[in-house]
Design a protein around this ligand. Structure first.
Ligand code: ZN
Length: 166
């Protein structure tokens, strides 16, 4: 198990390296942005989180209670340890809740969030995953840019108003 939320963890480095080599520039662990995202790309108003599958509970379903017994499901990439299962489930669930809260706060502040999972960065999947990230970045950039025509209609109105006053 890797260290929790450590700086410069390997999956994050893989993402950074790909972005950098494709000409993208970013900031790291910006404290002024809610949730302290791993990678911040202001130009795209996008925060990228590189999540470890275990700590962030990738694809883990909520535990079910059956006849008073807690049934915990493992996922392909997040296997809950056999000992202290309830402890781990609580911990991972808390992390998931915190993640969701961070994403929500960011979105409320006009930021886009991209979550990249550790398991999506395996050598065979890396290129596809990062192409998806790139696509999302471009879509985000376009939606920021597409707000601009509103400015034109505003300035047209101003012009009309000036004309009316004469
Ligand atoms: Zn995973």
């Amino acid at each position: 198990m890797a260290a929790i939320r450590g700086k410069n963890t390997k999956p994050e480095l893989i993402v950074r390296k790909w972005l950098w080599s494709h000409g993208y520039r970013y900031r790291l662990n910006v404290k002024s942005v809610p949730g302290k995202p791993d990678i911040v790309m202001r130009r795209f108003r996008t925060a990228i989180f590189v999540n470890g599958c275990f700590w962030h509970g990738h694809r883990v379903a909520m535990p079910q209670i059956d006849n008073g017994e807690m049934i915990i499901y493992n996922s392909e990439c997040c296997k809950i340890p056999k000992t202290n299962r309830e402890f781990w489930v609580k911990k991972i669930t808390r992390n998931q809740e915190r993640d969701q809260q961070n994403y929500r706060i960011l979105q409320e502040n006009g930021w886009y969030c991209i979550v990249v999972w550790e398991c999506q960065l395996k050598p065979k999947l890396l290129e596809h995953t990062m192409q998806q990230v790139e696509l999302q970045l471009n879509q985000n950039f376009l939606s920021i840019y597409q707000r601009k025509p509103i400015l034109f209609s505003e300035s047209e109105n101003e012009y009309l108003m000036v004309a009316e006053e004469e």
